[in-house]
Design a protein around this ligand. Structure first.
Ligand code: GAL
Length: 411
């Protein structure tokens, strides 16, 4: 409002109403090429609706650094509008009362009917939707460079763990790195998800990682899983320490390494490098885990924000849940939709397989939450497991000691 004094009279001139532009601030860890490309789909969608996107990236796969940055923001009383989160972290923040209530939107858009129950157990807290799931990833995948395998004489993909070791051996003998790997705790835990499934099967995985059953954690099967980690360790190059996961993917993409065990976000890197599934690269389940799926889902937790920010926050949540957005986004990201009503038409062969495997595992009861990515146990226990797995991988614990330490970590 502008006041002007004209010839002793006070006239009040109304300035033309300038509406502040709606905006969202989003904290996430999608900083690799493939991840950034996928996030770009969401940014563009929001910007198309006139909502400004304030980006708060915190690099570091698996999101540990992002969660630390988030804690600082919430402690300072200034949370972002929305935060990329995994499984139990959502529940931890909801318990602390930091998350908002999306029920009105969820009811209007029928989220209860379209989001798989395995995800809803993380998206909802005490009956309230607190997060919007954007995808379903899965961790028990292997990514391979086809030309490298051809040169090494690996003609069929291994279907059991010993066959995998034999293939790694051939690749290594042909002069390539067998297994591209980044030495970070969450990456070792990601490999371990697949190895434990291959070694003990779904029931064992559930007992050990979800029920924290001491007999399972301390068992010979767990020891065998650690022995298998040590076997894989032999095919990793000497520079693996602290390498980012996407740089390990790049080793496979560029034909320096044969294989990488990594969640299907790795596919986003291959696609971003213009590689074609089936022709340049291959995707298959960690040998011995076909029919089983260890999943994680990225969800956008919606924080309690002031009245002025709520409309934009609701637009963000609604954009995330839109079925055609879920198709467009997940095609780029490497994941599959977090809704059951999205067609697989736009997806490549790896994506189609991902959707089919997920549906099958869901109906057969072989779908389990990824320990490595916060969907089996809360961070307090997960971080304990991380320590043990990574110390063992770095030769600081033998398999027998690692098994004992897993039992202790679960306590
Ligand atoms: C996972 C997340 C994926 C991917 C990956 C590596 O935890 O679910 O979306 O970003 O970390 O950064």
């Amino acid at each position: 409002m502008k006041r002007t004094i004209v010839a002793g009279l006070v006239s009040i001139a109304l300035a033309s109403p300038v509406l502040a532009q709606e905006s969202v601030e989003v904290l996430h860890w999608w900083t690799s090429g493939g991840e950034a490309a996928a996030l770009g789909v969401l940014k563009k969608d929001l910007e198309g609706q006139g909502v400004k996107w304030n980006d708060m990236p915190v690099a570091g796969g698996g999101g540990e650094a992002a969660m630390t940055a988030l804690r600082a923001r919430v402690t300072a009383g200034n949370p972002p509008t929305s935060v990329q989160m995994l499984g139990f972290d959502i529940q931890d923040w909801a318990k602390q009362g930091a998350l908002g209530d999306l029920n009105a939107l969820a009811q209007k858009e029928n989220w209860d009917k379209t989001v798989p129950l395995a995800l809803q157990q993380f998206s909802k807290y005490q009956g309230k939707w607190v997060a919007a799931p954007v995808n379903i990833h899965s961790t028990n995948w292997v990514w391979a460079n086809k030309a490298v395998l051809d040169k090494a004489g690996v003609t069929t993909m291994p279907t059991d763990f010993d066959g995998f070791l034999a293939a790694l051996d051939k690749v290594q003998k042909a002069g390539f790195v067998g297994l591209a790997h980044g030495g970070q705790a969450w990456q070792e835990a990601t490999v371990f998800d697949g190895v434990v499934l291959a070694t003990g099967g779904v029931d064992f995985y559930r007992k050990a990682f979800i029920n924290k059953d001491k007999a399972a954690l301390g068992s010979d099967t767990m020891k065998k899983s650690f022995d298998r980690m040590a076997a894989l360790r032999k095919y990793v190059d000497k520079d693996f320490s602290n390498r980012d996961w996407n740089l390990a993917s790049a080793m496979v993409i560029e034909g320096k390494a044969g294989f990488q065990i990594m969640g299907d976000w790795a596919k986003g890197e291959f696609l971003n490098a213009k590689k074609v599934p089936g022709k340049d690269f291959l995707c298959f389940r960690v040998p011995g885990t076909q029919g089983m799926v260890s999943f994680n889902a990225d969800q956008f937790g919606m924080f309690k924000v002031g009245a002025g920010s709520q409309a934009a926050q609701t637009k963000l949540a609604s954009a995330i849940m839109n079925p055609s957005f879920q198709s467009a986004f997940n095609v780029v990201k490497g994941s599959v939709p977090a809704r059951t009503d999205v067609s697989d038409k736009a997806f490549d062969d790896c994506g189609k397989k991902g959707m089919k495997d997920l549906a099958e595992a869901n109906s057969k009861g072989t779908l389990v939450g990824s320990m490595a990515h916060g969907h089996a146990v809360p961070a307090s226990v997960k971080n304990g497991f991380y320590d043990v797995i990574t110390q063992h991988f770095n030769g600081k614990l033998d398999s027998a000691a690692a098994v004992k330490a897993m039992v202790a970590a679960a306590e």
